[in-house]
Ligand binder design. Structure first.
Ligand code: 4NP
Length: 159
């Protein structure tokens, strides 16, 4: 059975599509892409149908990750039923997901819990900042993604 992982931020145009792209690439490297279903969504509807922010696309592309096929969508209560894990980029996203999660709150986690190298619990919102914010987002997401793969292996999700 596939493990289903949903990355969630506010707008679904910066952090969560970046996480979707980074994690997908890692799954390919580990030859696990057929074992995990990956998607991303935003807690708000501001950017439904929009491609990822150009700054996020360019920063990801510099690391060999193509986000151009992703389109923004809003997270729905049915996502919490469908997915095994809904990984929030920050506490606000986390609280919003908990509100729609009902009895499935155990599926909602902060993505940075899986990071080793970073003390921070939240991926900072890069939308109103400079280009360095997108590099920081990528560094944090790459590290948390490695940790997530290790955790899925530890939980024997792939057997
Ligand atoms: P994201 O970033 O949650 O990482 O996609 C944002 C995108 C858009 C807005 C805020 C944050 N906005 O206010 O439109």
């Amino acid at each position: 059975m596939q493990v289903k992982v949903l990355f969630v931020c506010l707008g679904n145009i910066c952090r969560s599509p970046t996480a979707e792209g980074v994690f997908r690439k890692l799954l390919e490297r580990e030859e696990l892409e057929s074992r995990v279903h990956v998607d991303s969504a935003g807690t708000h509807a501001y950017h439904v149908g929009a491609p990822p922010d150009q700054r996020a696309r360019e920063a990801a592309l510099r690391r060999g990750i193509d986000l151009s096929a992703i389109r923004g969508r809003q997270a729905e209560p049915s996502d919490i039923l469908e997915f095994d894990l809904a990984l929030a980029m920050d506490r606000e996203n986390y609280e919003n997901l908990i509100t729609i999660a009902g009895g499935h709150a155990h599926k909602v986690r902060l993505f940075m819990e899986f990071s080793d190298r970073f003390e921070e619990n939240e991926v900072p919102d890069p939308y109103y900042g400079g280009p360095n914010g997108f590099e920081q987002v990528l560094d944090m997401i790459e590290d948390a993604s490695e940790g997530l793969i290790r955790e899925l292996r530890r939980l024997r999700s792939f057997e």
